[in-house]
Design a protein around this ligand. Sequence first.
Ligand code: ACO
Length: 438
Amino acid sequence: MSANTLTITDNRTGKQYEVPIENDTIKAMDLRQIKTSDDDFGLMTYDPAFMNTASCKSRITFIDGDKGILEYRGYPIDQLAEKSTYLEVAYLLLHGELPEEAQLKEWTRNITYHTFINENIKTVMDGFHYNAHPMGMFEATLGALSTFYPDAKQIFDVECRRKQIYRLVAKVPTIAAFAYRHRIGMQYAYPDNDLGYEGNFLNMMFKTTELKYKPNPVLERALSVLFILHADHEQNCSTNAMRSIGSAQTDPFSSLAGAAAALYGPLHGGANEMVLRMLKEIGSKDKVPDYIKRVKAGEFRLMGFGHRVYKNYDPRARIIKQVADEVFEVTGKDPMLEIALELERIALEDEYFVKRRLYPNVDFYSGIIYQAMRFPVDMFPVLFAIPRTSGWLAQWVEMLEDPDQKIARPRQIYLGHKTRDYVPITGRKLPATASANA
Ligand code: ACO
């Protein structure tokens, strides 16, 4: 018997099965042969939140949650954050290798060339209510973009696909900034293609009467680092949405709108917004112990703490803390920082958090930095979506090129009624347990 197999005994029938193990994984379809009779469907696995199910093979991002390791294409996140730029990292995620000088120049040129959006997209955005949440506008505008680029449906044409990637990476900051400007009732600031990716984004966000906006280089760099840290995170909720929608061969604009919708949730990209609201609610450093007590009593969760994968310090949180110091040198210290540091100090020593291996995640500090840079709280999920666009696209391309992938279609365990006959309305009587809202 080969060592790389698993022997399963079905105690219902006494039959034994041998299934191969590859990459420390068994194929769920190998269980289908395990049946009690010929007309039995066969054994399935039940894994509602994909807690122990690999949905794909990937070569993009590696995480070791126990050791606190995060790597893009094999490069440790701290090296990339220290030495690289967001556009270079986006290239790395999408192409698999760091670019040579000429490649980076060409990539940057192509992204810069596509920063403008069609004037009619502006009209679409004008239609939103004055107080529309920018993330809602961002998602909807991405979906609307698919109608402007019908060629994007040619997802197996490599050249055409590349063009959509340029368009998406280039246009997400423009859409994000326009959503913000609409929200505050200011005229849109057009892209300035003399500036870099991050500097131009700051220009579109904050330019007022000056003829030429000059981004602060420290803030530009901080934004680049934050973008690097958020660019990809393997099979998280929004990436899974991107792959799942994309598996129906949907165009990338529509798929990305769906991924952004997943990111909007408070348990995912909405968490940094929740952190800031939490810090405001706590109000001052001396109230932290009482707040922790209430978290431990199960009243609510400590936002920005804990992670499905990291059961150690999130390596991104460590880097972000350094960025915070540099940003505060420019902007002045945010009063929220003192509360955050105290929360972290107490939580890291507390038995409740230690036992559950709950550490600060990437969102714990990112919100405080964004706030110090004058980004309003409801822009936080949008700020996450801008860099995650390159990760979503890299994962989407990998999915399209993977011969193992088909349209995503999970199974279910059906526990509802057996077949029954239709009852005319006059003869219906709800059983006592049935809910009118079901
Ligand atoms: N505060 C207090 N207790 C917590 C927290 C928290 N933030 N997170 C988990 N726990 C506790 C749970 O109550 C549970 O305790 P129990 O065993 O006594 O019931 C235990 O830790 C395990 O929690 P799970 O919910 O099983 O952990 P899971 O891996 O499913 O959840 C999640 C991960 C959703 C991130 C969770 O830690 C959480 O809600 N954190 C706060 C929200 C947040 O910061 N999200 C951002 C994630 S990072 C990102 O998306 C970029």
